[in-house]
Write a protein that binds this ligand. Structure first.
Ligand code: AMP
Ligand code: MG
Length: 298
C-alpha cells in the first residue's frame, strides 16, 4: 500500500554513487523504510546494472557471458546465442536505425572505434582513408538476428551500443523495481513513482555549454536523457571533437551543442537524444513528435 501511494511519510531518503558502470558517474536515490532496506535494493539494482554494462561492453569479454565484445570477435565466423536483454536491445538498435533515417547506427562500430582510439590517444584525428575504409563495413543489415542468435554476415562489422546502453539499462530497472526512486546513469535519468506525499522528482537539466542549470522539470514515471559535445571530447589544434559521429560526414556532429529528451521509455529517450544531436532541428522535432517526446536543444 505504501508503494502505491508513492511513499509513506516515515520513509527516509538514501543515496549511493557508483563509479564502475558505463564509464560514467551513476547514482541511485530512493525513499525507503530503513538503511538496510535501501542497501539491499541498491545492491540488487547495482548487480543488474553491472550485468547490462558487461553485456553491452564492446571492448572486454567476461567469463561465462556472451557480450557485445564476443559478438564483435566472432563477426563473419558463426552465430552466437545471446541473453534475451542483449537480443532485444539489438532489435531496438536496428529499429532506431530505420526510425532515425540512419543517423543512429549501432553498426558504425568500426568508425566509432577509430574515433575512440584517437580520442584516447588525444593528439591526432583518424585519417580520412581509415574512416572511409571503415565506413564500408557499417551496414546494419549485416546484423542477422534469428531465434535468439546473432550473426554478423560482414566479418568487419563491429557494433557499438554506447548510444542506447544507459537508456535501455534504465528502462530495464524501471520495469523490474517498484517504489520511489531516481536513477541517474551519467545524465540518463529514470524517475520511478513520486517522492513522499506525491511530489514529483525534480530534474535539473544542466547547461553543459555555459554552466548552470538550463531548466528544472518535474518527472514522475519517466525518463530524461542528454547528449552533448561536452560529455566526451578531445581537442586537436584548438578544435573540439566530440564522441557523437555523424554517419554522413564520419566526423563529430556539429549542428547542436546539447540535446535533452524527456520521454516515457528509457531506450527511446537515449536513442532520441543521440539521434537529435545529429539530425537537423526540423527532422529531430518530427522524430520527437512521433514518440510523444519533449526535446530541448542548445
Ligand atoms: P549518447 O551519450 O547516448 O549520446 O551516446 C554516445 C555514444 O554513442 C558514443 O560514445 C558512441 O559510443 C555512440 N555513437 C556515437 N555516434 C553514434 C551514431 N551516429 N550512431 C550510433 N551510436 C553512436
Ligand atoms: Mg543516447
Amino acid at each position: 500500500m505504501c508503494l502505491l501511494l508513492g511513499g509513506c511519510s516515515h520513509e527516509e531518503r538514501f543515496s549511493v554513487t557508483w563509479l564502475d558502470l558505463f564509464d560514467t558517474v551513476c547514482s541511485f536515490t530512493a525513499y525507503c523504510g530503513s538503511r538496510e532496506e535501501f542497501d539491499a535494493l541498491a545492491e540488487d539494482i547495482h548487480g543488474e546494472l553491472l550485468r547490462v554494462h558487461r553485456l553491452c561492453d564492446a571492448y572486454h569479454e567476461y567469463e561465462g557471458m556472451v557480450n557485445l565484445c564476443s559478438l564483435n570477435a566472432r563477426a563473419g565466423i558463426e552465430p552466437l546465442a545471446v541473453d534475451g536483454f542483449l537480443y532485444s536491445l539489438l532489435e531496438d538498435a536496428a529499429a532506431y536505425y530505420e526510425l532515425s533515417g540512419g543517423a543512429l547506427n549501432a553498426a558504425m562500430g568500426s568508425v566509432l572505434t577509430l574515433w575512440h582510439d584517437a580520442r584516447e590517444e588525444g593528439t591526432a584525428l583518424p585519417s580520412d582513408e581509415a574512416l572511409r575504409e571503415a565506413s564500408l563495413h557499417c551496414g546494419i543489415r549485416s546484423l542477422v538476428l534469428a531465434d535468439g542468435t546473432v550473426f554478423f554476415s560482414d566479418p568487419e562489422l563491429r557494433l557499438d551500443l554506447g548510444a542506447l546502453a544507459k537508456g535501455s539499462a534504465a528502462q530495464h530497472i524501471f520495469s523490474r523495481y517498484p517504489g520511489s526512486w531516481l536513477l541517474n546513469l551519467g545524465g540518463t535519468v529514470a524517475a520511478k513513482g513520486s517522492k513522499p506525499r506525491g511530489a514529483k522528482w525534480q530534474i535539473a537539466v544542466s547547461n553543459a555549454v555555459d554552466g548552470g542549470t538550463l531548466r528544472t522539470e518535474p518527472l514522475q514515471d519517466g525518463f530524461c536523457a542528454t547528449s552533448s559535445d561536452s560529455q566526451r571530447y578531445y581537442t586537436v589544434d584548438g578544435v573540439r571533437y566530440s564522441h557523437i559521429i555523424d554517419p554522413e560526414t564520419l566526423y563529430p556532429a556539429l549542428r547542436h551543442r546539447q540535446v535533452t529528451v524527456f520521454c516515457e521509455n528509457g531506450t527511446t529517450a537515449d536513442a532520441l537524444s543521440t539521434a537529435l544531436f545529429i539530425l537537423p532541428r526540423d527532422e529531430g522535432e518530427a522524430l520527437a513528435r512521433r514518440f510523444g517526446a519533449e526535446a530541448i536543444w542548445l
